[in-house]
Structure formats: structure tokens, C-alpha cells
Design a protein around this ligand. Structure first.
Ligand SMILES: Cc1cc2nc3c(=O)[nH]c(=O)nc-3n(C[C@H](O)[C@H](O)[C@H](O)COP(=O)(O)O)c2cc1C
Length: 168
């Protein structure tokens, strides 16, 4: 007798990562405030727009990420969309550390949220919804303040950073 196929079986994590890596994204540093107003931040590429009216965006964090508690508990976050020259800063925010903001130029934005001076655009948000799904927690935020500069974006594709090529 043959066992019935399981619907969620047969997905190889490596193959899934490789397929997802075909989707080129921008790169953001999402920031918030932790204990006693301590600035927290981490690099993400799970950012996406959700709705224009009302203005909603989303991003997700791995349940095991050390910074998750701070993001989970604070009711607001800032999405700092990073520019082509910001690979170093982006790598700095992509590893666990108690001192990610050392040497980083930032200023307090909406309710004190850290706004990175190097960011191409910043969307400051109030948390609208938090949903745990699989091994990530999804944050949906309502945009309450926008800052925008000029410049090219930093991109992420197949596990590497990139910049824009010629338009097609
Ligand atoms: C380009 C890039 C995109 C990333 N995107 C995400 C993401 O969307 N969600 C996530 O949880 N981690 C993401 N990470 C990994 C986190 O940046 C990394 O785990 C970081 O250490 C988390 O901060 P923490 O250690 O302070 O929790 C990404 C890393 C890179 C380099």
C-alpha cells in the first residue's frame, strides 16, 4: 500500500531559498525603540507595500531573531529604505550586536524612532497588526510620516547586493 502524499512534504529548503532569491528586492533597515528607549534596528528585505488608502506597509521578522522582543513590544517602527552606497551600514544591521548604532548617523523621528541619515526614504509607522505565521512574525504598519531623498536604491538578489543596471 502506498502512503498518500503529504501536501507540505517535498519542499527542499535549499530549493525554496534559491527560488525566492530569484525575486530581486530592495534593502531596508527597520528601526524601533527597546528597553529604556534604546534604539534597535535590523536589516530586512521582507518589506512590502500593502495599501495606499489607508497607507499600510508590512515586513516580517524571524521568531528567533534577538531583536524580535523589542519590535514585538513597541507600537511603532521606521522603515529606512537604503541607498546604493549603504552596503556597509546594511551589513552592520544584519548581525546580532548590542551596539549596532555606534558610528551610525541617525536622528529621532516620529515618537523618537531612529531615522538613519543614509536612508533613501523613510516610512515611520504605527503598528496596525501583528500576525505570527510559520516561523516569522508579520508586522503591518500605518504610515504616519514620510521622508524622501534622491538617489539609487541598494538591491538584493540571489544572496548578493547589487545596484541598478540600465533601464530596459
Ligand atoms: C539582505 C538581508 C535581508 C534580510 N531580511 C530579513 C527579514 O526580512 N527578516 C528577518 O527576520 N531577517 C532578515 N535578515 C537577517 C537579519 O538582518 C539578521 O538576522 C539580524 O541579525 C537580525 O537582527 P538581530 O540579530 O538584532 O535580531 C536579512 C539579512 C540580510 C543581509
Amino acid at each position: 500500500m502506498t502512503a498518500a502524499p503529504e501536501t507540505d512534504a517535498g519542499i527542499d529548503p535549499r530549493e525554496l531559498r534559491d527560488a525566492l532569491g530569484c525575486f530581486a528586492t530592495g534593502v531596508c533597515v527597520v528601526t524601533s525603540l527597546g528597553d529604556e528607549g534604546r534604539p534597535v534596528g535590523m536589516t530586512i528585505n521582507s518589506f512590502s507595500s500593502v495599501s495606499l488608502d489607508p497607507p499600510l506597509v508590512l515586513w516580517s521578522i524571524g521568531l528567533k531573531a534577538p531583536s524580535r522582543g523589542a519590535f514585538h513590544d513597541h507600537g511603532a517602527f521606521a522603515i529606512n529604505i537604503m541607498g546604493a552606497g549603504a552596503k556597509g551600514t546594511t551589513l552592520n544591521f544584519a548581525r546580532p550586536s548590542d551596539d549596532k548604532f555606534a558610528g551610525i548617523e541617525w536622528m529621532p523621528g516620529y515618537q523618537g524612532l531612529p531615522v538613519l541619515r543614509e536612508a533613501l526614504a523613510v516610512l515611520e509607522c504605527k503598528v496596525e497588526d501583528q500576525i505570527i505565521s510559520g516561523d516569522h512574525e508579520i508586522f503591518i504598519g500605518r504610515v504616519v510620516q514620510i521622508d524622501k531623498n534622491d538617489g539609487d536604491p541598494l538591491l538584493f538578489h540571489r544572496g548578493s547586493f547589487a545596484t541598478l543596471g540600465p533601464a530596459v
